[in-house]
Design a protein around this ligand. Structure first.
Ligand SMILES: Nc1ncnc2c1ncn2[C@@H]1O[C@H](COP(=O)(O)OP(=O)(O)OP(=O)(O)O)[C@@H](O)[C@H]1O
Length: 904
């Protein structure tokens, strides 16, 4: 191992660079923006600013080594065996790392001269979007790299290409400026690459979302040139399966940039990317970023999985199933036919619990085929990945056989049966024969080929075993010859095989006649060690046998790997089929367990839900031992009447308005992704775009006030919603002065009703809005019912016709623990305000109550009126003098005094 790339004092001029330092700078210069993991023996070392960044991020010691231009050089290092963990941490923090390895043995370098440097090169760029190892990835989530390109004069403005190189899936879509934000929200890539010029145009047009800055990486403009990338695309995908010229120029540029970046990051290793799926966005319900966040589809608004819709319904049993389920949830369909086909398949498994249980059981045996295949194609896979492929094929064939014996499978299940049945059985058989039960992670560790699979390998292994017997025989012979009974033949890493005798017998072997054959190697405190020529020969034989065995195993591995990769296309198809079956069975499971119903999905403008429930809140309410109150919603309309209905939902705070609004949006998502829905019945005409807004949430970090955010979002809805859309607006207009807010809410309802004609739910505390039901034909008022009981408000969480006349805000504030004096004062103010709006308060009354605001003056809690008999009785008690019996009697008396006082 060479020591340091830097001389202790390199002197003032760059001419004083040591050869190694020159090498370091050279490599660093061609990998700008990456932390350079520079391999030195058993460590990756980082220097200069890289060292400072990494030591702070990883919490490891920053040291100094040598000087450069008179300054100390900062340095830190991570040991090779722990490098993966450190790498993982850096990537999670958004850093990008270039792995620079020693490309030759230091001894080789020495042969070129004592001053020559070990050749080094970057073998891999590790970035958040190009991960493939299991310990860097979340098994149940996709990890996308996205490339965004723009062609100013082309058919379209922008295109996005994205791929998960851990599975090989890839996609391209031409997008309008507004679709761009929606798609980015849906895909949620780990990394976004784009040229600086594209980024500048996006920023200028306010299209570069602030959240993208954290994941963006810049690429040179020629990497996203629609002409220059063509050869790259032709090389990446087989011509018979994909023609890159069929893409738009922007699409080509984006996909080319993506393929180029993946190639560069893997340094020539070929990622098994599948031909891209085109324009997935066109098939899916449009759900923008704000709606995704407000409905907490994959993550809650705090960014957690727990509490999201996904967490509530994901019952998949395999990781690929979980990834597909998330993808489907993020992109519900918008064509009734495929939706119904999916629902048929789910329904078949809802109805047949036995079949469902059996399939789910068999699916558990299917490993993550796509990720194993991807690792193998990137030369990062090991024997376990090969075994995973074999197991997945076997599981697929078993599933197919089982499904084939079922009557009336329906279109989707029938298709799956055929696809699973087409699994390459011969490959599985070969893998089964070749691979042993217990497998090492890496092929270079050897020992993974099953005995009996390869005759020559077995022979070499036998030779290895045989030599062990030879060692034992030799030991016995030497014991006899020397007459040292305690003589032993041992082995260690430094000496190899050696003879060890206790110190007391050592001298004997140093003398004639033994000194002829025993060569002294080491003297320890109580033992002496020797070698013999015979032992050295034996050593050579064993090493050769082991080396030969490993070589054979590696050749077998290479052959099996090639055989698996030759089936790439079939295996990728199989991985899809397994994931689809898992999702279908998982959705059936959740539907059956939770009493969901099959929705009727067609092309009408219906939206009629009977007994609807919120899939997530229902679980939480039940976990607390309470029952969830189901509610109906009917927003159905038709073209003749001008579109769908709009329900104005009023009711107290905490009454369940938001829950009701969101449950209907979530029911639409579940239905259109092909799942049963939490309701007694549901009839839904496909929704093309779904909008959900919850009023007032600050976006201070991005310089937009509460009200501004709300208005930008409302504008997006009014501009983008169509007659087919479903709009859910929760308290729009509350972030400004009452009258401004009311006027905006009013005008928005009118616009949704008159111009858009979409199906909509609009929750509001502006009770004035409810009068719109008189003038707008398709607007109805509903309210969350409450009951008042002994001055307290009880929420029934029940939706009924009519409008609320009050919000019970003060009662809710009391429940929340606002101090009593504040509550009392609020009641006073409310009374006057209500009388004023009803025109019944005199101006003197207003002045006396409102102008004399004692709210912030110090108020002590009201003293109890009169004397309290309980306190008086307590004053007379002497607990020290009481027996336990007297104490309990006194307690009863106290309680009686209090009850009497209440009654009087
Ligand atoms: N249908 C229901 N059945 C049972 N509990 C419910 C139901 N709907 C809501 N809840 C409970 O009431 C709580 C408050 O509901 P929600 O947030 O929907 O009220 P809200 O009317 O929107 O309140 P605010 O106006 O203050 O935003 C929920 O967290 C849930 O625990």
């Amino acid at each position: 191992m060479d020591q340091t790339p830097f001389a202790a004092d390199p002197g003032p001029a760059p001419a004083a660079l040591t050869p190694m330092m020159a090498q370091f700078f050279e490599i660093k210069a061609v990998n700008p923006g990456y932390l350079l993991f520079y391999r030195m023996g058993d460590f990756y070392e980082l220097f200069f600013e890289d060292a400072e960044i990494a030591s702070a991020a990883l919490g490891i010691v920053l040291t100094k080594r040598g000087k450069h231009l008179g300054e100390d050089i900062s340095m830190c290092g991570v040991p090779i065996h722990a490098a993966n963990d450190y790498l993982n941490k850096l990537i999670k923090l958004g850093h990008r790392v270039a792995i620079c390895e020693q490309m030759e043995d230091p001894a080789e370098a020495k042969k070129r001269g004592s001053k020559s440097v070990v050749r080094r090169d970057v073998v891999r760029l590790v970035t958040p979007g190009t991960l493939t190892e299991d310990d860097h990835l979340d098994a149940r989530s996709s990890n996308y790299l996205a490339a965004l390109a723009m062609v100013r004069h082309g058919e379209t403005d922008f295109a996005l290409a994205w791929a998960d190189i851990s599975t090989g899936e890839s996609f391209v879509a031409d997008l309008s400026a507004e679709q761009l934000a929606d798609e980015m929200a849906r895909i949620a890539p780990a990394e976004l690459i784009l040229a600086d010029a594209t980024r500048a145009v996006l920023a200028e047009r306010h299209l570069f979302a602030p959240a993208w800055a954290a994941i963006a990486a810049s690429i040179p403009p020629q990497s996203a040139d629609s002409e220059a990338v063509l050869p790259l695309l032709r090389a990446a995908f087989p011509a018979e399966r994909f023609d890159p010229t069929a893409l738009s120029r922007a699409g080509r540029a984006a996909l080319g940039a993506l393929v180029g970046y993946v190639g560069e990051s893997q340094k020539g290793r070929q990622a098994a990317l599948r031909p891209p799926v085109l324009d997935a966005a066109a098939q899916a319900m449009t759900i923008d970023a704000a709606t995704r966040s407000s409905l907490e589809i994959l993550l809650t608004q705090r960014g957690q999985a727990k509490g999201s819709l996904r967490a509530a319904i994901d019952m998949s049993v395999t990781a690929p199933g979980a990834r597909l389920l998330a993808a489907r949830l993020a992109a519900p369909l918008r064509q009734s036919r495929p939706i119904n086909e999916r629902l048929d398949a789910v329904g078949r498994l809802v109805d047949d619990g036995l079949l469902r249980a059996r399939l789910r059981q068999d699916l558990k045996a299917a490993p993550d085929l796509a990720r194993a295949l991807s690792r193998l194609s990137l030369e990062r896979g090991g024997p376990r990945d090969l075994a995973a492929i074999g197991k997945a094929i076997k599981a697929a064939l078993a599933l197919s056989r089982h499904l084939a014996s079922q009557p009336e499978p329906g279109l989707v299940l029938e298709g799956l049966t055929a696809r699973l049945g087409a699994a390459p059985q011969a490959l599985a058989s070969e893998l089964g024969l070749a691979l042993d039960e217990e497998l090492p992670l890496l092929s270079r560790d050897g020992g993974f080929v099953r005995p009996g699979y390869d005759g020559t390998l077995d022979e070499e292994r036998a030779l290895g075993r045989e030599t062990r017997a030879v060692v034992a025989a030799l030991q016995a012979r030497l014991m006899d010859e020397t007459d040292v009974r305690s003589l032993k033949i041992k082995h260690n890493g430094v000496l190899g095989f050696f003879v060890e005798v206790p110190a007391a017998h050592g001298q004997k072997l140093l003398e004639e006649p033994h000194r002829q054959s025993f060569i002294h190697r080491q003297t320890l405190a109580n033992a002496m060690r020797f070698t013999t020529t015979e032992l050295a020969e034996l050593e050579g034989r064993i090493a050769k046998a082991q080396g030969a065995a490993l070589e054979i195993e590696l050749a077998i591995f290479a052959r099996l790997r090639a055989a698996a990769l030759a089936e790439t296309q079939a295996l990728q198809g199989l991985a899809d089929a397994l994931a689809e079956l898992d999702v279908t069975a998982a959705l059936a499971e959740v539907s059956a367990l939770r009493g969901y119903c099959r929705p009727r999905v067609d092309d009408s403008l219906a939206f009629a839900i009977l007994g609807g429930r919120h899939p997530v809140v229902e679980l939480m309410v039940k976990a607390e031992g309470q029952s969830f109150v189901a509610n109906d919603a009917d927003l159905s309309g038709n073209e003749e009447s001008g579109g769908g209905a709009l329900w104005l939902v009023t009711g107290p705070n905490m009454g369940g308005k938001s829950t009701f609004l969101r449950q209907n949006a979530l029911i639409a998502i579940l239905a259109q992704m092909g799942c049963y829905v939490p309701a007694d019945s549901a009839h839904i005409g496909v929704v093309d775009r779904l909008f959900s807004r919850v009023g007032a949430s600050d976006d201070i970090a991005h310089g937009r006030s509460t009200f501004m955010v709300e208005m930008v979002e409302t504008a997006a809805i009014l501009n983008r919603a169509t007659r087919r859309s479903l709009v859910v607006l929760d308290e729009i207009g509350r972030g400004t002065a009452t009258f401004d807010g009311l006027s905006i809410a009013w005008a928005s309802v009118e616009a949704l009703h008159e111009t858009t004609g979409c199906r909509a739910l609009f929750a509001t505390h502006f009770h004035e809005l409810t009068s719109l039901a008189k003038t707008l034909a398709r607007v109805s008022n509903v309210t969350m019912k409450v009951r008042e009981w002994e001055g307290e408000v009880v929420f029934l969480h029940e939706v009924g016709p009519g409008a609320a006349d009050r919000s019970y805000g003060i009662q809710v504030a009391r429940l929340a623990g606002l101090p009593d004096p504040v509550i009392a004062r609020a009641r006073q103010v409310l009374d006057v305000l209500e009388q004023r709006s009803a025109g019944t308060a005199s101006s003197r009354q207003k002045a006396s109550v409102l102008d004399d605001l004692p709210l912030f003056a110090h108020q002590s809690p009201p003293a109890p009126k009169g004397k309290d008999p309980v306190y008086e009785a307590l004053d007379t008690l002497r607990p020290d003098e009481m027996t336990p019996r007297q104490a309990i009697e006194t307690l009863y008396q106290l309680k009686k005094i209090r009850d009497d006082a209440r009654r009087s």
